[in-house]
Design a protein around this ligand. Structure first.
Ligand SMILES: [Ca+2]
Ligand SMILES: [Ca+2]
Length: 211
């Protein structure tokens, strides 16, 4: 009659890990992450990345002995499930600037840098450089333009003053504000003319001298 032989009792049945006695036979099994070799005894690494599902990894699957790890492409972070990859908070560092010099904007699959008013993004997409507003058309200033870091200033020729709009120039009324003449003063566009009372003549230095 039939007597079951307990193969596992002797030398673990030849299994390198676990031996299971079953009626009329035995079988070996392996711990998680390893699979039974073709000889049915040994355990070998299972490449989980080749399971047809990329090991369940959202991006890259990397096989290691007895296990596997999922890795994410730059700009992404592995989720708590250790499988899926989430869009990284690219702008979180540096007070919300990320690796941008001035402004960092979160977009799908990454970040986009931008610049403050008066600056423009350089070719590397990260740094910002001053815009030279004085070279732009149409011209920004009525008379003269002085480019500055992040901005520009309009200025005016001698005899003119910059208006409150910081763009246009108006004649400066020297006669009213500085009284440059000894006797009479006549304001002109961009300048002024001094005159002298009867009996005096204008000296080249601007003073009035008697005949
Ligand atoms: Ca500028
Ligand atoms: Ca004037």
């Amino acid at each position: 009659f039939f007597t079951d032989v307990r193969e596992c009792d002797e030398g673990n049945g030849g299994c390198s890990y676990t031996c299971h006695n079953i009626p009329g036979s035995f079988k070996c099994s392996c711990p998680s992450g390893l699979q039974l070799a073709s000889n049915g005894l040994d355990c070998e690494d299972a490449n989980e990345c080749l399971d047809g599902n990329n090991g369940g990894c959202g991006h890259e699957c990397s096989n290691v002995f007895g296990s596997f790890v999922c890795k994410c492409r730059p700009g992404f972070r592995l989720d708590v499930d250790a499988r899926s990859c989430n869009d990284f908070e690219n702008c979180a560092l540096n007070d919300g600037r990320g690796d941008c010099q001035q402004i960092c904007n979160e977009i799908d699959n990454g970040r986009e840098c931008s610049c403050y008013h008066g600056y423009q993004l350089t070719r590397n997409g990260v740094n910002c450089t001053d815009t030279n507003e004085c070279l732009e058309e149409p011209r920004r200033c009525h008379q003269f333009c002085n480019n500055t870091e992040g901005s520009y200033r309009c200025f005016c020729d001698v005899g003119f003053v910059l208006d409150a709009n910081d763009v246009t120039c108006s004649d400066y009324d020297e006669c009213m504000y500085v009284q440059p003449c000894e006797h009479t003063c006549k304001n002109t566009f961009g300048s002024y003319q001094c005159g002298c009372l009867q009996g005096y003549r204008l000296h080249p230095n601007g003073s009035c001298v008697g005949w």
